[in-house]
Design a protein around this ligand. Structure first.
Ligand code: FES
Length: 560
């Protein structure tokens, strides 16, 4: 194996100045022997473990496995913490802090003596945040995602965190589930640590980073408690040492082609709409040109093959047993750039060649896809000049072309206060519109877009209507939900002009979202627009509001 000309960590430890001595002495205070300074690569283990993030709560054990691999390969592992974004617990939304975590990761890598880094992540935002930071820092990096939790089991029925929880909650709200049954569900829907076990944002992002080549093959779908999760962590620790010697930095892995591979896989797995925002941000960090319309172009040519909730029937455990991401990629090999290099030093084509699929119901063959097109479609029109997103595989077929009258909520709070009202004037043709939920308006671009179904409609057996907002939606969510409308309403986008009673047409096959008022009327209404007061006047919140970009640009800060 070639040795690099000089290790980066030598700038800290191998200089004639006093501080080289003191750095060694201080590190030895942790009990390290002098042999750690004999030219071994220093490997950072960037750990987003936290008890406030159940999805990542097992990562200390994963870190120990990584360390075994690093030592065995002749490196020195040094674990360090970063902030951890627990989707279920963070207010107002973890997305507000994705860029903060990315900065934390980047500056930790930049500031400390490490030659390579292993990134331990899991919950939704932790994966893109770590990758964004590592791409900007630019040293050899490999990701070990934490894996999905075990499938939930309730009364001999498999249930998936997120998707089934929402469905059962609707039954509970409409009195079809008792309080006792609901509490029973609470105890068994999430049976272990690890991220949500449907193809939500976390499973999607794990699959996407595997498709990018930033993990070892097969990493994404291994369940969190499975011994093979620790085994791949150990191998990743071993591999990063060689990546340092090979100078295999993220810029050699991330390219227009590898990002197209990731988008293609996202479409084939029916992945989360959030992947659109994160991939735009990652591409911009990597200096790779990428537009919202690239997603639509790839979606149209890519079949959705993975029959996992919320688009399909199964859960991540079954997806893993069926062969996981390598099996999917092998099935769509002709749609991929197979020459892309990956973290193990081999190409995508070499990695996926011969990867078997063990269950054609979970990973469908090309002749029998779940849908002919990918999961995510990009919409445009006078209501979304800079684009909007819909997860068509999780939407209702009868609503894919729909014209209806808008019922408008000005804020999320107003929606929550009225959605269960018994006299809410809505029917199955109504289009619910919610404003002020975008990057600045939310603030932080929260996952509020999956507006709950009005109780009056649930009581009548109506389970889905068209909903439109500038918010995001949880990857575990479902329904005919138009998201990420850009520019956002709080910034004076056309969404701000919609009034109750206006007619709107959603036409997914033609990728159109149209508000039926004249251009003159639209402009006249927007001239009356008064921006809402800012949510923050100090601190990180103010920084966020001042610099966050819109959804179609990835919501990164404009200076990053
Ligand atoms: Fe972390 Fe669902 S709450 S992935």
């Amino acid at each position: 194996m070639d040795k690099p000309k000089k290790l980066r960590s030598a700038e800290w430890f191998d200089t004639p100045e006093y501080y080289a001595f003191s750095r060694k002495a201080w590190l030895r205070s942790e009990g390290f022997g002098r042999h750690v300074f004999d030219g071994k690569p220093m490997i950072g283990i960037c750990n987003s473990w936290s008890e406030l993030n159940n999805c990542n709560a097992h990562l200390r054990q994963v870190a120990e496995a990584v360390k075994r691999g690093v030592w065995a390969a002749g490196g020195v592992p040094l674990e360090f913490p970063t902030i951890s974004l627990g989707e279920m617990f963070l207010r107002p939304t973890s997305m507000l802090l994705r860029n903060l975590m990315a900065m934390d990761v980047e500056e930790s890598i930049r500031g400390y003596p490490m030659d390579g880094v292993v990134l331990l992540c899991g919950c939704d935002k932790t994966t893109p945040a770590q990758l964004m930071g590592a791409v900007s820092a630019g040293i050899p990096s490999i990701m070990v995602t934490g894996g999905p939790m075990l499938s939930g089991e309730w009364r001999n029925r498999k249930i998936g965190a997120g998707t089934d929880g929402r469905k059962l909650f609707d039954l509970y709200r409409s009195g079809k589930l008792t309080e006792e049954e609901w509490v029973d569900v609470e105890g068994c829907i999430a049976r272990s640590t690890g991220h949500c076990t449907v193809m939500g944002t976390a499973s999607t992002m794990a699959s996407v980073v595997e498709a990018l080549g930033m993990t070892l093959p097969g990493c994404a779908a291994i369940p969190a408690p499975d011994s093979r999760r620790l085994e791949i962590a150990e191998r990743s620790g071993h591999r990063i040492v060689d990546m340092v010697r090979e100078d295999l930095v993220p810029s050699r892995i991330l390219s227009r082609e590898s990002i197209e591979n990731a988008i293609t896989v996202n479409m084939a797995i029916g992945g989360s709409t959030n992947a659109v925002v994160h991939l735009l941000a990652i591409a911009r960090r990597a200096g790779v040109p990428l537009e919202l319309d690239d997603f639509d172009h790839i979606s149209r040519r890519t079949p959705c093959l993975v029959n996992v909730k919320p688009s399909g029937e199964y859960l991540m455990e079954e997806f893993f047993a069926a062969g996981g991401v390598p099996a999917v990629m092998n099935r769509i090999a002709d749609l991929l750039h197979q020459e892309c290099i990956t973290a193990n030093g081999r190409t995508i084509g070499e990695n996926i060649s011969g990867s078997p699929c063990w269950n054609d119901e979970v990973i469908r063959p090309r002749q029998r896809p779940l849908s002919e097109e990918g999961g995510t479609a990009i919409l445009r029109g006078n209501l979304a000049p800079d684009g909007a997103v819909i997860k068509q595989t999780a939407a209702s077929p009868h609503l894919m072309q729909h014209r209806g009258k808008a019922f408008v909520f000005d804020t999320y709070k107003q929606m929550l206060a009225t959605i269960n009202s018994p006299d809410l004037p809505v029917d199955e043709n109504t289009i619910l519109v919610m404003k002020n939920c975008g990057p600045r308006g939310g603030p932080g671009f929260p996952e509020w877009g999956n507006i709950p179904m009005p109780k009056v409609l649930l009581d009548r057996g109506v389970n889905d209507i068209v909903r439109i907002s500038d918010a995001r939606m949880s990857g575990t969510g479902f329904g005919t939900v138009v998201l990420h409308v850009a520019p956002e309403s709080a910034g004076g986008g056309p969404l701000a002009a919609v009034q109750t009673g206006d007619e709107i047409t959603l036409d997914v096959p033609h990728r159109s979202l149209q508000l039926h008022i004249t251009a003159e009327e639209l402009n006249a209404r927007l001239r009356q627009f008064v921006p809402p007061p800012p949510h923050y006047t100090r601190g990180y919140g103010k920084l966020f509001l001042s610099h966050v970009t819109q959804a179609n640009l990835g919501c990164d800060f404009d200076f990053l």
